[in-house]
Design a protein around this ligand. Structure first.
Ligand SMILES: NC(=O)c1ccc[n+]([C@@H]2O[C@H](COP(=O)([O-])OP(=O)(O)OC[C@H]3O[C@@H](n4cnc5c(N)ncnc54)[C@H](O)[C@@H]3O)[C@@H](O)[C@H]2O)c1
Length: 470
């Protein structure tokens, strides 16, 4: 089949590569020329510098004969003539009031609508299915129809196929998804999607679920809100309890809770913030849609507030518990991406911490991330932020610092305890927003350092722990 992906970001590029891997012909179209140049470079390093996803570069290079990238509208127009399915993978960011900003989505839909209306010199003989993968309001299918009909587009179907990829594991997750959800309105459109997704139908491990497009859109938003609520519970109940009772060890409590299969293991690792491009945005969007229809969204609002509080509370513990002021200090910030295995900094905990450090007059912010350094330089341009310096390794960033924040759960950060113990001079404050140095808290405190970790009372000065506590 011939498929087009409108938008070659995390979702578009990864899904396009997996669809090419399924044997289909694919065009990924994006208006960002730099992104297209990198994705079509056939150079693994350049591809990764654009989207850091394990296995993506390999698939793009392997399937180059049936996977094209373009920013050229003429190329798009050519593909529209032969397309069976067009996937919409455009950004749907949140507005300041929490509503979904549909401007990219609508503009992209208009762009393809104009081209679709010209198919076969206006005769539009070939049926095309427009499938939405962007995360959109529950009734977005009506918006799509309202755009396409006035443009004269005929002979088309609209479906919803929400994306559940997890950044950092997007390729593996897209090849072996737990579930695929297809919301469509006609038997013909369901059949088209079955042909496209035959590999998932054939798989004994994939739940292939068909429903209407409104249900599919609702499932996506509600699933993300459920994950987000779990994280908010972890931060504001499990973590907070372990911070205020000195005789609780977070890891023991976590293992005890997650030993219950009804509760499950996901989401119980404590963190300074639940970030990323989706969970906050989608929970906000759901709350906004509920309130716009007169329903009470207090539960979702509380989860959102709990997440915001978590980052503020963590940062404030430096002053409140260690009496530490960052003004004039050299502070290392390790991990800039919102989580490990990605270069995505959207809603990252590190962004919030860096902004606070800048406001509070830190003398130097010594930043390091294994993958997100280039993204960080775009988020915090050097010309505007001369106090942020970027380093080639975590060790280099730490050297000469007076305090340290760990914001991302990159596994290599777990091994930094010995380096900190050897090379950092007391007084030194460790702010561990991911519990990465868990095994070394007592050792660092014994050297005279102070350690504040999410899910533990302070270690070091003002330590309220008793001897038997780990
Ligand atoms: N990133 C995730 O983990 C994830 C997971 C599930 C769902 N989603 C949803 O998928 C959608 C896309 O997310 P993403 O993370 O891939 O976003 P992204 O910002 O990484 O990519 C979107 C791409 O669309 C391009 N674009 C914008 N306007 C365009 C136009 N008119 N024509 C062609 N290209 C255009 C942008 O240049 C960008 O490259 C969003 O609705 C998001 O909520 C994201």
């Amino acid at each position: 089949m011939h498929t087009i992906y409108m938008g070659a970001g995390f979702v578009g590029a990864c899904s396009a590569a997996v669809t090419a891997d399924s044997g289909h012909q694919v065009l990924a179209f994006d208006i960002d020329s730099e992104r297209i140049a990198r994705l079509s470079s056939l150079d693994a390093e350049r591809i990764e510098s654009c989207i850091h996803e394990q296995g993506l570069a390999e698939l793009i290079i392997k399937h180059q004969s049936r996977l094209a990238f373009s920013d050229n509208p003429a190329v798009l127009a050519g593909w529209i003539e032969k397309a069976d399915v067009i996937f919409i993978c455009l950004p749907t960011p949140e507005q300041t009031d929490g509503a979904v900003d549909l401007s990219y989505f609508m503009r992209g839909m208009e762009d393809i609508g104009r081209l679709l209306a010209k198919r076969s010199a206006g005769k539009q003989e070939r049926r095309v299915l427009i499938v939405n993968k962007s995360t959109v309001p529950i009734d977005a299918i009506d918006i799509s129809r309202r755009i396409l009909h006035p443009l004269g587009v005929k002979n088309f179907g609209i479906a919803s196929n929400p994306e559940f990829l997890v950044e950092g594991k997007a390729i593996d997750g897209s090849i072996h998804p737990e579930r695929v959800i297809v919301g469509a309105e006609s038997a013909q459109d369901f059949e088209t999607m079955r042909s496209l997704y035959q590999r998932f139908i054939d798989s004994s491990t994939v739940q292939y679920l068909e429903m209407n497009p409104y249900e599919a859109a609702a499932v996506k938003l509600l699933a993300n809100a459920a994950l987000f609520a779990r994280l908010s519970f972890t931060f504001s109940a499990v973590g907070r309890i372990c911070e205020i009772f000195p005789f609780l060890n977070y890891e023991n409590v976590r293992r005890g809770i997650t030993g219950d299969s009804r509760i499950g293991r996901w989401g119980f690792y404590n963190s300074l913030f639940a970030g990323g491009s989706c969970l906050i945005k989608d929970t906000e969007a759901l709350a906004h849609q509920m309130e716009a229809r007169g329903a009470d969204a207090d539960f979702l609002r509380s989860a959102l507030a709990a997440n915001r509080y978590q980052a503020e509370h963590f940062y404030a513990r430096a002053a409140n518990e260690a009496g530490y002021a960052f003004s004039g200090k050299r502070v290392a910030v390790l991990g800039l991406a919102f989580k490990q295995d990605t270069n995505d900094m959207r809603h990252s905990g590190a962004s919030l911490i860096i902004q606070r450090l800048l406001q509070d007059g830190a003398r130097e912010i010594r930043a390091f991330d294994p993958a997100a350094q280039e993204t960080a330089q775009a988020v915090f341009p050097a010309a505007e932020h001369p106090r942020i310096t970027y380093h080639n390794s975590a060790e280099e960033a730490i050297t000469g610092s007076e305090a340290l924040f760990i914001c991302t759960d990159w596994p290599q950060f777990r091994a930094l305890g010995e380096y900190i113990a050897e090379f950092c001079r007391v007084p030194y404050l460790v702010m561990d927003g991911r519990r990465m140095l868990e095994r070394q808290y007592h050792t660092l405190a014994a050297l005279g350092m102070q350690v504040i970790a999410v899910g533990s009372p302070i270690f070091g000065a003002q330590d309220r722990r008793e001897d038997h506590n780990g």
